[in-house]
Ligand binder design. Structure first.
Ligand SMILES: [Zn+2]
Length: 272
C-alpha cells in the first residue's frame, strides 16, 4: 500500500461496535475530518496492541489506511485515557452523555474544529474533581451553537420583539423564547394538540434568561463561578433537554443512565 493511502490524525473515540469475533468499528471525532468510522482489526484479541488505544473515551493519535468502504486503524497511541473520568461513576456517565451528544448531532465527514476543541476541553474540565453539572449545560449550549441550533434568547421567535426580563416561554420546536403574548396566541392555535398533552412551550424564568445568556457567551471557567439555586439548575436542565430531545426526536441512552444515577446518588448540583 502506498504511503499516500495512509494518514495520521488525532481523535477522540466516541463509540465502538463489535465486528465479527475479533475486530471492531470505532467512531472517532477528529479535528480535521470531523466524525469518521474505521475498522480496528484484531482490537478484541486479548493481546492486541490496538485494543486499549481505541476504547471509547480515549484521546489518541492514530494512523489510518484508506479502505474500500471503511478506513482501517493501523496504529494508535493514547494521548489521554482520562483515568479520572473512568474511575468515578458520575463523571463517567457525564462523559458518555457528552460523547453520545456529539455522535448524535453529527454526520460523517464535515470538519468542525470548534466542536472538536469544545469536546476535548469539556473532557479535560470534567476530569477536575471540582467540576459540576454546570459543565453539562455549558457543553450543551455551545454544542448547539457550533451546530447551528443556538437557542434564541434575545428576541421572541415569533414576533421578533426584544425579550423583556419577565417570565417568557421556551419553545423547543421553534428553538427559542416566545414572549407571553405570542405564547398565548400559539397555544390557542394549538389548543387541540395541547389537549393531547404535548408540551409546546415551558415557562422560562428571569433567572434562567440571565444565566443562559451569560453562559452562551463565556467559557466554562467563567460559567461555573455563577452561583445558582438547585431549582434554577433543574429548570435549565429541563429546558435544554426538551430542546435537544425535540431536535434529535429521541432520548439519549446515556442520559437515561445519568439520570438514574443521579436519583441514586446526590446530584452534583452547582453549589452543593
Ligand atoms: Zn412575541
Amino acid at each position: 500500500m502506498s504511503t499516500s493511502r495512509n494518514y495520521q490524525t488525532k481523535g477522540i473515540i466516541l463509540k465502538q461496535t463489535k465486528l465479527g469475533e475479533f475486530d471492531k468499528i470505532v467512531t472517532i471525532y477528529t479535528p480535521e475530518f470531523g466524525k469518521l468510522k474505521a475498522v480496528a482489526k484484531g482490537a478484541c484479541r486479548p493481546k492486541s496492541k490496538l485494543g486499549g488505544n481505541v476504547e471509547p473515551l480515549t484521546y489518541s493519535l492514530m494512523l489510518l489506511a484508506k479502505g474500500r468502504n471503511l478506513d482501517i486503524v493501523t496504529q494508535s497511541q493514547t494521548i489521554n485515557g482520562f483515568p479520572g473520568l473512568k474511575s468515578d461513576l458520575w463523571r463517567m456517565a457525564c462523559s458518555f452523555y457528552i460523547l453520545e451528544l456529539v455522535d448524535s448531532f453529527t454526520v460523517e465527514g464535515g470538519d468542525n474544529h470548534p466542536l472538536f476543541d469544545l469536546l476535548l476541553d469539556a473532557l479535560h474540565q470534567l476530569s477536575d474533581p471540582n467540576s459540576n453539572e454546570t459543565l453539562l449545560r455549558h457543553f450543551e449550549l455551545h454544542l448547539l451553537h457550533h451546530l447551528g441550533y443556538r437557542p434564541q434568547l434575545r428576541r421572541c421567535v415569533s414576533c421578533n420583539s426584544s425579550v423583556k426580563p419577565i417570565i417568557n416561554f421556551f419553545s423547543p420546536s421553534k428553538g427559542g423564547l416566545l414572549c407571553p403574548c405570542c405564547n398565548s396566541a400559539e397555544n390557542q392555535d394549538y389548543e387541540q394538540i395541547e389537549r393531547m398533552s404535548l408540551r409546546l412551550s415551558v415557562p422560562f424564568s428571569v433567572g434562567a434568561l440571565k444565566v443562559l445568556r451569560l453562559w452562551q457567551n463565556c467559557d466554562y471557567a467563567t460559567a461555573r463561578r455563577v452561583k445558582i439555586s438547585p431549582e434554577l439548575s433543574s429548570e435549565l436542565e429541563r429546558v435544554l433537554h426538551d430542546y435537544i430531545r425535540c431536535i434529535l426526536q429521541r432520548e439519549l441512552k446515556s442520559l437515561t443512565w445519568l439520570q438514574e444515577l443521579e436519583m441514586e446518588f446526590p446530584p452534583h448540583r452547582p453549589g452543593t
